[in-house]
Write a protein that binds this ligand. Structure first.
Ligand SMILES: [Zn+2]
Length: 113
């Protein structure tokens, strides 16, 4: 793929990820507010348990989305440096089907483990 195409894909991915971070942050704040309103006891109240679980889940998704945003930014830097599509660990060319699935990938599949 020409560099301009890769940049466009990564910038699109960046926009989507930023939107996802914003949506998840709102969701997280909503859960925290709801929890404050209910003032539940996590150990004995089944609803408190559910809220704690939801909060954990959203926090996990939020961490993933943040990590992805960092990975996309790093991929954009690699495009600028002319290193995009080269595995950061073994130096092989990352297969195009992997880049199609994960455009921000910095390593080939065997090195990703
Ligand atoms: Zn590799």
């Amino acid at each position: 793929m020409p560099t301009s195409g890769v940049r466009a894909v990564l910038l699109g991915e960046r926009d989507r990820t930023i939107a996802r971070v914003a949506a998840l942050s709102r969701e997280f704040d909503g859960i925290v507010e709801a929890a404050d309103l209910v003032a539940t006891d996590d150990e004995h109240d089944p609803e408190g348990h559910t809220i704690a679980f939801e909060r954990q889940q959203v926090a996990g998704l939020l961490r993933e989305a943040h990590a992805r945003l960092v990975a996309v930014d790093l991929a954009l830097e690699r495009v600028d440096a002319g290193r995009y599509g080269t595995c950061e660990i073994c130096g092989c060319s990352i297969p195009t089907d992997r880049l199609a699935a994960r455009p921000e990938a910095a390593t080939c599949v065997p090195c990703a483990v």
